[in-house]
Design a protein around this ligand. Sequence first.
Ligand SMILES: [Ca+2]
Ligand SMILES: [Ca+2]
Length: 166
Amino acid sequence: MKRSDNKNRSGFTLIEALIATVLIGIAIAALVTSNISHTQANAYGMHTSTAEFLIEEIKAMTMPLEVTDPNSGTSVYGPEADEIAVTDYDDLDDFDGVTFNPPVDVNGNVLSDFSEYSQVVIVENLDPGDFTNVVADHGSAIVRVSVSVEMNGKEISSTNWIRAQQ
Ligand SMILES: [Ca+2]
Ligand SMILES: [Ca+2]
């Protein structure tokens, strides 16, 4: 009996072509997924760098300031009545509870190109014997300034530092 010539074929069968197509599809899907996560990682890195820059601006702006107001001392926690703009602020507690959106630079200039970011500032007095313990406003000579930067309401980066009254 003569065998069929089908065994001596060349080229692909339909099944082989389908398998090749599926494999190529999987490879392309993997490449696209990898490229998307790389782009997302880059975007996250850029937001983090921007947030750290915006934190540094607040740190540089508040660094020269006294812990309490040079005129009213401890009588007001927050900005004094004549201190309307950030450029009027002259002590640390003036910044308590303030959110800058758009954010501001070291000189108090509005950074309108970064309007999706906010700088959120909290100023608290700490127990001199235990810095984990927050005391009443003006309740000690130790102050913690906390700054977090949010993007569209979501925190990107935050930090805090401690200052002592001179
Ligand atoms: Ca003040
Ligand atoms: Ca004040």
